[in-house]
Design a binder for this molecule. Structure first.
Ligand SMILES: Nc1ncnc2c1ncn2[C@@H]1O[C@H](COP(=O)(O)OP(=O)(O)OP(=O)(O)O)[C@@H](O)[C@H]1O
Ligand SMILES: [Mg+2]
Length: 249
């Protein structure tokens, strides 16, 4: 696949006795938004952390932008970014200070204009001078999203970005992510436990169960494959009978 931005082959990660990722292979094409789905502990965050170079895999290979992640880590990560609902920015810094530090690390040109544009886009310009540790979780998630877009990443990894957002803001964020993807062609890997989120945002989904991919396709393909009406029903089936599916796939 020559337009693959991410190529993962036989990825495995063990943590002293726990197999977090058993054997995972997948590709992500340029401009695609791929959802990593699965029950708690299925291996989604571990996979993302490996792609971000934060966790070393036990075995397997990861290529990003056609290059081996291990050998070209810095060069690759300069072109990526991430947002997680569970990763806090330094709490004692003001929002604008946090963004300035992150933007500085990436050498973002015209940083202050970029910061202002993103803060306005996510409707949090009024929080610019607030100390980050004093934000609500939904506010700090949106600051994290601004941080994640500062360097115009070509590959963006989003680990439950809408987890702490109220339905109104979650809806706006989903639409914004699609708009950004459309206009800038950003490739995204996205996790969420909200299946509505996933149906709206993701072009393709990979269902993980105990560190293995046991179903994949467009949300509609996967729904049809399981003979269900919604992705939520598929999720529940996969989570409850994944062991059986593992044996037949
Ligand atoms: N640093 C670690 N040390 C030991 N075990 C770990 C570590 N990180 C993850 N695990 C284990 O690996 C498995 C996969 O965890 P992971 O965080 O990837 O799951 P997840 O799919 O993101 O789940 P969730 O939906 O709850 O976020 C879990 O059993 C977890 O306990
Ligand atoms: Mg997780």
């Amino acid at each position: 696949m020559n337009d693959a931005i991410v190529q993962v082959e036989h990825l495995r990660k063990e943590f002293s006795g726990t197999v977090a990722v058993a054997d995972v292979s997948f590709n992500v094409r340029k401009g695609e938004i791929v959802g990593l789905l699965g029950a708690n502990g299925a291996g989604k965050t571990t996979t993302i952390q490996i792609l971000l170079g934060l966790t070393t895999p036990t075995s397997g290979s990861v290529r990003v932008f056609g290059k081996d992640l291990e050998r070209h880590r810095c060069e690759i990560l300069q072109r990526c970014n991430f947002c997680s609902a569970y990763t806090a920015l330094p709490s004692n810094l003001k929002v604008r200070e946090n963004l300035r530090v992150s933007g500085g690390l990436y050498g973002v040109p015209d940083l202050f204009r970029k910061m202002d544009a993103l803060l306005s886009l996510f409707e949090i310009a009024h929080l610019k001078n607030k100390v980050t540790g004093q934000l609500s979780s939904g506010e700090s998630t949106r600051v994290n999203l601004c941080k994640a877009l500062l360097n115009d990443p070509e590959l963006l990894m989003l680990d439950e970005p809408t987890a702490s957002l109220d339905p109104n803001i979650a809806d706006k964020v989903r639409k914004l992510l699609r708009k950004i993807q459309r206009e800038q062609g950003i490739t995204m890997i996205y996790t969420s436990h909200n299946m509505r989120d996933v149906e709206e945002v993701c072009d393709r989904v990979l269902f993980l169960h105990k560190g293995l991919i046991i179903a994949e396709g467009t949300p509609q393909e996967v729904i049809t494959q399981f003979n269900h009406k919604t992705l939520e029903e598929v999720f529940i089936t996969v989570a409850r009978s994944g062991d059986l599916l593992e044996e037949t796939t």
